[in-house]
Design a protein around this ligand. Structure first.
Ligand SMILES: C[S@@+](CC[C@H](N)C(=O)[O-])C[C@H]1O[C@@H](n2cnc3c(N)ncnc32)[C@H](O)[C@@H]1O
Length: 311
């Protein structure tokens, strides 16, 4: 197994907001290359007296889990690395005795290790099969969607998850040229069908849409956010880094709702919902990477970080 190629995004901001301390307990829900996990562990500087591990790291990708286990070996029993989808966070955390934690970080999407692994089909130039699964033990792949969905459903996926205005034309062209086996074949087909008029490759939004659909990324995010808040102790902190507007909207709306006492419609005079605020928002506007970080890691340019503290 090769070392990670992934450069972690906004690590300083993550550490500052989570504020790890010795004796604290933390969860990295998207271990990836292990950079945030390692930074958390280094900042905690666990002592030999700790009875329980300080960090629970999880990832849906088996290869990422193996890589992170190797990277974090120097921290011994202070970290537990688990293969799991974060949509099951509550169950995993309870099983690992990570409840009432001090901080949880999510760094969403895919890693450079996944992008550069040609077998995984995340990159538009990949000659390997159109796969795109974070978890290779699940059955749905990008190829199975591309080659089996009917034209309308395919167009809907591309429109909804890629925010692609030319979704119908792209879906028609895919249906007319199936079966499509490789990422490169799909990228070339889309470029031929819609032309190259923008700075970004014309298949970029379709690739995003397929990845989101294959991994049910938005559903998983919506499902995990309430679990994450319930796992925090009062004063514990949640940090979420997202890379596109669909994810960021889910995080923003969730935090805005959870930060309010009453969520009744505005015309309601007397509260009927009984909702009580569970968090205080720490980032009125999302934080973005510094100019210096974007210059050294262009992948960070679309990152938006939102954070909240459990009440
Ligand atoms: C951007 S990378 C994280 C990088 C990491 N923070 C670091 O510093 O190296 C995102 C990782 O999250 C994982 N991931 C995405 N969605 C997931 C989910 N629903 N459950 C578990 N892991 C997920 C991906 O497999 C990928 O390895």
């Amino acid at each position: 197994m090769t070392a990670t190629q992934h450069v972690s995004v906004m690590t300083n901001e993550v550490i500052e907001l989570i504020g790890p301390t010795a004796g604290g307990r933390y969860i990295d829900a998207t271990a990836g290359g292990g950079g945030h996990s390692e930074a958390l562990l280094s900042a905690i500087s666990p002592t030999g007296d700790d009875v329980l591990p300080s960090l629970l790291s999880l990832d849906a990708d088996h290869k990422a889990v193996e890589r992170v286990r190797t990277r974090l070996e120097p921290f011994g029993d202070h970290v537990v690395v688990v293969h799991s989808n974060f949509r099951d966070l509550q169950a995993v955390a309870v099983a690992q005795q990570f409840t009432q934690v001090d901080g949880i970080v999510f760094d969403l999407g895919f890693s450079s290790d996944q992008l550069h692994d040609v077998e995984r089909g995340f990159s538009m130039t990949a000659s390997g099969s159109l796969d795109m699964r974070f978890d290779t033990s699940q059955s749905v792949t990008a190829a199975s969607l591309i080659n089996n969905l009917d034209e309308k459903d395919l167009a809907d996926v591309i429109y909804e998850y890629g925010e692609e205005r030319k979704s119908r034309r792209i879906a028609r062209s895919i249906v007319n040229h199936r079966p499509i086996d490789t990422a490169q074949e799909l990228a070339d087909l889309i470029a031929r069908s819609v032309g190259r008029r923008e700075k970004i490759h014309p298949a970029t939004r379709t690739f995003q849409a397929l990845r989101i659909a294959v991994n049910r990324e938005l559903d998983s995010l919506s499902e995990v956010l309430p679990q994450a808040v319930s796992l925090l102790r009062p004063g514990g902190r949640l940090v979420v880094i997202s890379f596109h507007s669909l994810e960021d909207r889910i995080v923003k709306q969730f935090l805005q709702t959870e930060a309010r006492d009453c969520i009744c419609p505005p015309e309601t005079l007397i509260c009927q919902c009984g909702h009580k605020a569970s968090v205080r928002i720490l980032t009125r506007r999302p934080l973005q990477p510094s100019v210096g970080e974007v210059a050294t890691n262009s992948r960070s340019r679309s990152a938006k970080l939102r954070a909240a503290e459990k009440l």
